[in-house]
Design a protein around this ligand. Structure first.
Ligand code: NAG
Ligand code: NAG
Ligand code: NAG
Ligand code: NAG
Ligand code: NAG
Length: 603
């Protein structure tokens, strides 16, 4: 399967002229696909355009024309919004610069030279003077310098700016130009599409991007154009485009619901005693779920393929990869993209102040610190820059009351120093600490609510995020409680599985297992150090418990802090649910959908 995928990918990259998007900063010292655009076009060399923004050093066309050694009349004629080369433009105004793009070995580049005006680091020239149109590592390579070298005033640098030529393999509507565009803060591919009057899909395709990608300032992207570029300056920088609804298709009704409903009715009609009824309903329900799972496993491929057909271009033009959720809705993900997502950029000084210089007292775990910023408590997670980008990418796609929010980021100086992510810190701390404190605060109602909250958060990650997100690291230590004892799941690491891969199926089941362990901890209060202790305690549930004796065992299992202040039937139900979540065979474990349905009846 994977082999075939690789082949397909390879074939695509050869035939369709896609380039990669390099999401790393222009000052980062790594070469990645997209750091320079690969030269494989048949129409090489080609004329192209670069987008350059007016800055403090060059506020007129005259200055820009001398930087790029281009006749200023040409610049004036190309840029429809300027009338004279001496006109002072606002900083940030985008100017189209024509360039000749040619191959130099493996990569294509637009050759320019730059006479250094004052002693500077290469990164200042790459990211500052040339605004990320070239990465500092490329400047270093082209001029045979070390990346951290400073260049002295007066020296002449060769500057190979990023550019690409279109292939003419595609028939009909062929792309004539690939304009190099550097992103700025607040940009996204939708806005970029409007600016150049191209669809965002075409931009994603030309740059090997996933649908609705997260993009970063100081990185470049290629805009595929069928005609000479014309920038629409009337795209508001901060206002998101109006959300668009696409017609939703009716949600497929599944036999499962009515079947289960009948089960409930049957169970409640058998009216021996209340406890017996609850016990039956609970046990039967979970058994029914298991049975349903086993039967349904084979039909799941069918479900996925029917979702595929939903995302064919005609009926659902903007659909991303299909999710495994039961919905067949064609609601555009663009609708969500319209809701702006932004995070703060913190300085190292702020974090040092917040954590009292990363003191031991501020340490929550090996890589997580507690701090105070703007009178609010935050968690500060230390990680490598690559990791931060993945986590930011995930958080840009999720926003849920039961998931700990990401406030901001502080990038390290380079790829080798630490970067930090700043998260909200719910005020009651971690669930584990709260359970270990054996306080009376966590009474039964709160525990079921917490279970429900965690399940809601995980359900959201499994079923509402595209591509489906599996946490793979959930435990009572990274579930946090607010002042009102509502739970939030922390997503610190990126673990994302394709929703359709067989591995993906198993990955969500790993979350279900971990959730089962948390349920056991909620019932027993004890910590699942290596799972042994709890699985032993669970044995009484597996070994069939139809005698009254099992209630005695259950009472011993339940957290002594709860005294006798809890409904025994509910405790049993939670324990049975936990038991099914920690089944050895992943396929026998329920899904978060199923879990939620059980818990929703308790809170
Ligand atoms: C640009 O110059 C203006 C004043 O001319 C100044 O206020 C502003 O801070 C400068 N911006 C940068 C990025 O240097
Ligand atoms: C560009 O020109 C148009 C009219 O052609 C005008 O409405 C717009 O404000 C101008 N934009 C800038 C940034 O100068
Ligand atoms: C640009 O420079 C590279 C080497 O730095 C050279 O191979 C290439 O021919 C140059 N292209 C043009 C169009 O001058
Ligand atoms: C990003 O680019 C801007 C200029 O466009 C520059 O001032 C800034 O230093 C760059 N940031 C980094 C982290 O390179
Ligand atoms: C935008 O592109 C479409 C075709 O893709 C064209 O019909 C339309 O006139 C263009 N709009 C502008 C303002 O150039």
């Amino acid at each position: 399967m994977i082999y075939v995928w690789f082949l397909t990918c390879f074939w695509f990259s050869l035939s369709s002229g896609q380039q990669y998007y390099d999401e790393t900063l222009c000052s980062s010292g790594t070469n990645k696909p997209g750091t320079r655009y690969t030269c494989r076009a048949s129409r090489n060399p080609c004329e192209t355009f670069l987008v350059y923004r007016v800055n403090n050093e060059s506020r007129t066309i005259a200055r820009i024309s001398s930087l790029f050694s281009i006749d200023s009349d040409i610049l004036v004629s190309i840029n429809h919004n300027v009338s004279a080369s001496s006109q002072v433009l606002e900083t940030g105004h985008e100017v189209l610069v024509p360039a000749l793009c040619s191959c130099s070995g493996e990569f294509s580049q637009a050759n320019f030279t730059y006479r250094v005006t004052e002693n500077a680091a290469l990164s200042e020239i790459a990211c500052g003077v040339f605004e990320g149109l070239v990465k500092s590592i490329t400047l270093a390579e082209e001029n045979h310098l070390a990346e951290n070298d400073n260049v002295v005033a007066g020296s002449l640098l060769r500057v190979p700016l990023r550019c690409a030529c279109p292939d003419d393999l595609s028939g009909g509507d062929e792309v004539k130009f690939l304009v190099t565009y550097p992103f700025v803060e607040g940009d996204d591919t939708l806005k970029l599409g409007e600016k150049f009057n191209v669809s965002s899909e075409e931009i994603w395709k030309a740059n090997h991007m996933d649908p609705t990608p997260t993009v970063y300032p100081n990185t470049t992207v290629l805009v595929p154009l069928k005609d000479k570029p014309f920038i629409n300056f009337n795209i508001p920088v901060s206002d998101p485009p109006a959300p668009q609804f696409l017609p939703t298709m009716p949600v497929e009704k599944r036999a499962k619901f009515s079947q289960l409903k009948k089960l409930y009715i049957a169970a409640s009609v058998i009216g021996f005693s209340l406890i017996l009824a609850v016990l039956l309903a609970c046990g039967l329900y979970i058994k029914a779920l298991k049975k349903f799972k086993a039967e349904n496993f084979h039909s799941s491929t069918h479900r996925v393929s029917s979702l595929h057909s939903c995302s064919t271009p005609r009926s659902c033009p903007f659909s991303g990869p299909p999710t495994r959720s039961s919905t067949n809705s064609c609601l555009s993900p663009d609708f969500l993209v319209g809701i702006k997502y932004s995070i703060c950029n913190y300085s190292m000084e702020e974090l040092i102040r917040a954590t009292k210089n990363f003191s031991q007292d501020a340490r929550i775990s090996s890589s997580v610190y507690r701090g105070v910023i703007d009178n609010g408590e935050v968690m500060i997670k230390q990680m490598k820059v690559e990791g931060t980008r993945r986590v930011i990418d995930v958080h840009s796609k999720i926003n849920h009351v039961n998931v700990v929010k990401l406030h901001g980021v502080c990038y390290g100086e380079d790829d080798f120093s630490w970067s930090y992510l700043v998260f909200e810190l719910p005020s009651s701390g971690s669930l584990r600490d709260c359970l270990s404190a054996s306080s009376a605060a966590l009474h039964w109602l709160r525990r079921t609510q917490i279970a429900f909250d965690i399940a809601t958060g995980l359900h959201y990650l499994h079923h509402s995020v595209v591509p489906a997100y599996t946490h793979l690291n959930i435990s009572s230590k990274n579930v946090y409680l607010t002042s009102t004892w509502r739970a939030k799941v922390a997503v610190f690491e990126q673990e994302c599985e394709s929703s359709t891969s067989p591995r993906g199926t198993v990955a969500t089941k790993e979350d279900i297992f971990a959730f089962g362990v948390i349920l056991l901890e909620l019932v027993s209060g004890r910590e699942a150090v290596n799972g042994e202790m709890l699985s032993e305690s669970m044995r009484f549930l597996r070994g069939g418990c139809n005698e009254g004796g099992c209630f005695d065992q259950l009472r011993k299992f339940v957290d002594p802090c709860l005294k006798d202040d809890y409904p025994l039937a509910e405790a049993l139900c939670l324990a049975v649910l936990a038991g099914s979540c920690v089944e050895d065979d992943p396929l026998h474990r329920p899904s978060m959908d199923d879990v939620l349905k059980v818990l929703a009846r308790m809170v």
